[in-house]
Design a protein around this ligand. Sequence first.
Ligand code: NPW
Ligand code: K
Length: 514
Amino acid sequence: MRQAHTVQTVREAEEALMASRPEGALMRAAAGGLAAVCIRLLPRVYGARVVVLVGGGDNGGDALYAGAAIARRGARVRALVAGSAPHAAGLAAFRAAGGAVAAGADAATEIGAAELVVDGLVGIGGRGALREPHATLAALTGEADALVVAVDLPSGIDADTGTVSGPCVRADVTVTFGTHKPGLFVDPGARYVGVVELVDIGLGPRLPAPRVVSPQVADIAALLPEPGPESDKYRRGVLAVAAGSDRYRGAAVLAVGGALRTGVGLLRYVGQQGVATEVVHHWPEAVVSVLDPTDPAGRLPQRVAAWVVGPGRGLHPTAAMELEAVLATDRPVLLDADAITLLAKRPELVSDRTAPTLLTPHAGELSRLLPDSTPAEVEEHRLDHVVRAAERYNCTVLLKGSTTLIAAPGLPVVVNPTGTPLLATAGTGDVLAGAAGALLSAGLSPPDAATCAAYLHGLAARLAHDGAPVSSSDLIGALPVAFAAILGSDSEEGVPARGSKVADGTRGRGGRRG
Ligand SMILES: NC(=O)C1=CN([C@@H]2O[C@H](COP(=O)(O)OP(=O)(O)OC[C@H]3O[C@@H](n4cnc5c(N)ncnc54)[C@H](OP(=O)(O)O)[C@@H]3O)[C@@H](O)[C@H]2O)[C@@H](O)CC1
Ligand SMILES: [K+]
């Protein structure tokens, strides 16, 4: 798992470490790692045109020392200084190495002519939207042909939350020091970071448990259940799915498909006759329990390992009675869509529950669970809201959206790295609910089931994508391929970063995802 720590935690660890290290050692280690990445990225260092953007703090100091190291290799390095007092020792080293401050230069021309731009405007000391001239310089990097390398984090991202409230540097590579910062993983910030490289500056032993983690493929491979020789359908897990209605039949078909393609021993579909017929038509392996609408709690299948309740189920009293009856069992339960809307009226059904529970809301549904918040506020501060919901309902909450977040009381928030805008289409949430339900029925804890399902789901969308939009049915079809890709991978690496020149293969030499 890649780990991320808050600014305060980083500062405390840094302080403890600095007491035992010579003056300036941490910055030298950081700048050395930064310079090494920049040199690897340039196809030819000698004569290369490099621009360093230098703010008034230590982030600018890192950029100046790295600029000095690149200049010593024969590159033509220019500094564009924002703020009145750049790091003095860094500036002296930069000049001594042949770097020049581009005083009075036209920043757009300098940046436009560069092969590499190093963003040292602000790092973890940044507060709020960038001021001028930082904001203009940050915006210019978005138009540059140059590779853009951000120092510690792209200037303009809030390090702790990923909030972006104005112009922001769009990096191809972010070289971050000591540990990742939560804002590198969480949207909207995550969209600006490119490929993230972690430089070890010795903070590790001083760092406490992380606030945020992001799984890599090996983490998912280690969690996914694989049937052993002693498995039978009951030991592999029986999943009951109470999804869909005569009005929303597709939700049932998609949730059942997501579960079957993720792997269950046996799937019991619970629903009314019409939709049950439809489910069996698509998935003949499903076993049907026809629901009695006058007594929805009366005939619930008993021998099940886990439940999925809610997608397309409706908000009528029968659905509410069914929800209450399922939550009264001691089985793991996943609630999605309509079940979450119903739960918002009776929070105690989950907050008082002791058996494992997983909620999978989107931002609108999460705002219903937390009545003092709006969907827009949830979108803007996703990390804070998912944590609040997990604490309030005392269960695991998976917040769907641009970056899927998974929170559980007492655990770091998991950020799924495989998310893609391809998933923003009807029915993908039903597939995710089925997939996570299947993993619950196999015995995974709610946080692990949610983590693996989100990862698989995003990867399946990417693998199904051949240039055309991906439908929810395509997604189901690609789940086995995603499984195979994960279990067959011996890579420690994450998935390709979105939309960067580096991930697109247009970089120079080297480059390793961190
Ligand atoms: N911690 C570690 O372990 C290590 C840390 N290291 C490095 O130090 C960095 C942290 O350095 P830092 O503390 O000096 O803060 P930094 O990010 O340079 O920002 C402060 C400057 O930005 C300015 N500024 C702020 N907001 C602004 C805005 N909205 N718009 C415009 N300007 C704004 C602010 O100006 P002010 O508001 O004070 O006028 C001040 O000049 C860290 O990210 C890493 O790179 C490594 O070298 C070694 C190990
Ligand atoms: K920066």
